[in-house]
Design a protein around this ligand. Structure first.
Ligand SMILES: [Zn+2]
Length: 564
């Protein structure tokens, strides 16, 4: 029997009136006691710390109190006191996790045969009931079906689906809901008052939120904090420290960098988070919680009560929720969820954290639908700010008809599905400089282009990693290689590789561009500076390793096509 932290033991509810939440269970059990219709077998289902065992003991006290049966046990008689301090001979707690053998059950069966000692009812509480083996259940089934008079079984489990259906059928089942954050906070506040623990309301709210619906976890944290804070008033920062949760300020900063589309800032934020010494996996989960809160605030249009911590922090949350678009909030959660999956499969959490933040900060580096939506939203924002619709990377026929901006994506889709309706499928080159086509934008998106190519062909991606976009004019883009990498340039120019690159560019940047290739001395410096990019030589070596013999023969041929 796990007893839990001592605060939890001392403050567990002793009467139905003490129970917070679980109203339906309380009402049904009260009626059963009042009407003398207590069933002989109950199945209490619910996650840990929701008060299943406490409820079973309250039921026992109701039946065995000197004033009983009563729905208000006195709490003072010998029976009530012995049940409260777990010394009652009529209330037997068993942990199925450690007593799950057939022998244990035979033992139990023999004990059940004895009549109640002093009280009116014997109550057996079998915790973690799903841990009993099928053999043990079979040995127990007969007893459960026809128990001796005034014998009550309460089976408690966190996993009802693992309990044999024949057993479930013989029990009255109650599902214990997780208490809300507010209910946990209520209990925390009450216990703190009774124990004269000085704690700030913001700290109570934080504990309640982090306890994910477990009174036991919440009171366990409070108990740790009493030691941690010594005689000082417990502050929200103490809760963060004890729980090892990411500093809220750092999470805000990280998300701010993604809103600012600042991948470097995002990387700095990730480093700051990681340097806090907290487990990177936990940081990812904290980021997930933060992202979910932002989304909640967006959907509700305000910070709901259960998320409130301190007025300053609530204000900040509301502001950030407003600054972040809903699409980006959803995308952030998607990214975190993918990262958590990857971590579960052995990926390094720290790297995953960095990737999440960088990807969140650079939707243009991500060809997924969510990222495309994010780009569209940004363009819409630019339009509202007086920009030109030509920034929308396709379908000029959408420009003039006054369609609401959020329909642009859908219309583009249908236009693609029916190109024959479109007399002029190619967008006209625009006389104005097109904002999406400046060199800086393409350069910023270049890693994403390389990544996209990598999905097709890793070696071509390796070639392109050494190239840099150096010039853009109208529809032409020049890619330059260091002078020592003529071989790489030639490979990159091959028709299929060129096509692959142009395709990736169109996916990422949203424009079809004609590619030119050249060698430039200025890139040699960058290469020598050791930017982390493979040296030309190393790349050639890998290239030769990876490509098959046919490719190698091709390499000796004269250049397959011209400079374009
Ligand atoms: Zn009593």
């Amino acid at each position: 029997m796990s007893t839990g932290p001592s605060l939890y033991r001392r403050h567990r509810p002793r009467t139905f009136a003490d129970v917070v939440g679980q109203e339906h269970v309380v009402r049904t059990l009260e009626n059963a006691v009042t009407q003398g219709k207590v069933h002989h077998a109950y199945l209490f289902v619910g996650s840990r710390g929701t008060g299943k065992t406490s409820m079973a003991k309250i039921l026992a006290a109701c039946l065995n109190c000197v004033n009983g049966p009563t729905t208000e046990p006195c709490g003072e008689c010998e029976s009530c006191v012995s049940i409260a301090n777990a010394s009652s001979l009529d209330v037997i707690e068993m942990d199925a996790a450690s007593n799950n053998s057939v022998d244990d059950i035979r033992d139990l069966r023999e004990k059940v045969a004895y009549a109640p000692v002093s009280g009116r009812h014997k109550v057996y509480i079998l915790d973690e009931a799903h841990m009993l083996s099928p053999q043990a259940w079979n040995a127990f089934l007969k007893t459960l079906e026809e128990p001796p008079p005034r014998t009550i079984f309460v089976l408690a489990t966190t996993e009802a689906q693992k309990v044999l259906p024949t057993v479930v059928d013989r029990c009255h089942r109650f599902d214990f809901g997780r208490p809300s954050v507010e209910q946990v906070a209520t209990v925390l506040t009450r216990v703190a008052e009774q124990e004269r623990i000085a704690i700030e309301p913001g700290a109570v709210a934080l504990i309640a939120r982090q306890s994910t619906g477990s009174f036991r976890d919440a009171l366990g944290t409070l108990e740790q904090l009493v030691t941690y804070a010594a005689d000082q008033t417990i502050q929200p920062a103490d809760v963060l420290a004890v729980l090892g949760v990411a500093d809220a300020e750092q999470l805000f900063e990280a998300v701010e960098a993604t809103i600012a589309r600042d991948p470097a800032g995002a990387l700095r934020a990730a480093a700051k988070l990681a340097e806090s010494g907290r487990d990177p996996g936990q940081l990812l989960r904290d980021l997930e919680v933060h992202g979910r809160e932002l989304l909640t605030v967006q959907v509700l249009g305000e910070v709901p009560r259960e998320l409130r911590v301190t007025p300053e922090r609530d204000q900040r949350l509301a502001e950030q929720a407003q600054a972040l678009s809903e699409t980006d909030a959803v995308r952030l959660l998607d990214l975190v969820s993918g990262a958590l999956d990857a971590t579960a499969n052995g990926a390094q959490a720290r790297i995953q954290l960095e990737l999440v933040l960088i990807k969140a900060a650079t939707p243009e580096a991500d060809p997924s639908v969510a990222a495309l939506l994010s780009r569209i939203e940004r363009l819409e924002a630019a339009l509202r700010g007086g920009g030109s619709l030509h920034a929308v990377p396709a379908q000029p026929e959408d420009a003039g008809d006054g369609a609401p901006p959020q329909r642009i994506a859908a219309r583009s889709g249908s236009a693609q599905a029916a190109p024959q309706l479109n007399e002029e499928p190619e967008p006209e080159p625009t006389p104005d400089p097109v904002p999406d086509l400046d060199l800086a934008t393409i350069a910023a998106s270049w890693p994403a282009v390389v990544d996209t190519v990598r999905g097709e062909n890793a070696m071509v991606a390796a070639l392109l990693a050494d190239a840099r976009p150096v010039a853009v004019s109208e529809r032409d883009l020049t890619l330059a290689f260091p002078t020592g990498a003529a071989f790489l340039k030639r490979k990159a120019e091959q028709e299929d590789h060129r096509r692959m690159t142009a395709e990736a560019l169109r996916t990422v940047i949203g424009q079809a561009l004609v590619l030119r290739y050249e060698l430039r001395e200025e890139l040699d410096v960058e290469e020598q500076a050791g930017t982390g990019v493979l040296s030309g030589e190393e790349l050639v070596r890998r290239f030769l390793e990876e490509f098959d013999a046919e490719e190698l023969l091709d390499e000796d041929d004269p250049e397959p096509d011209g400079d374009r």
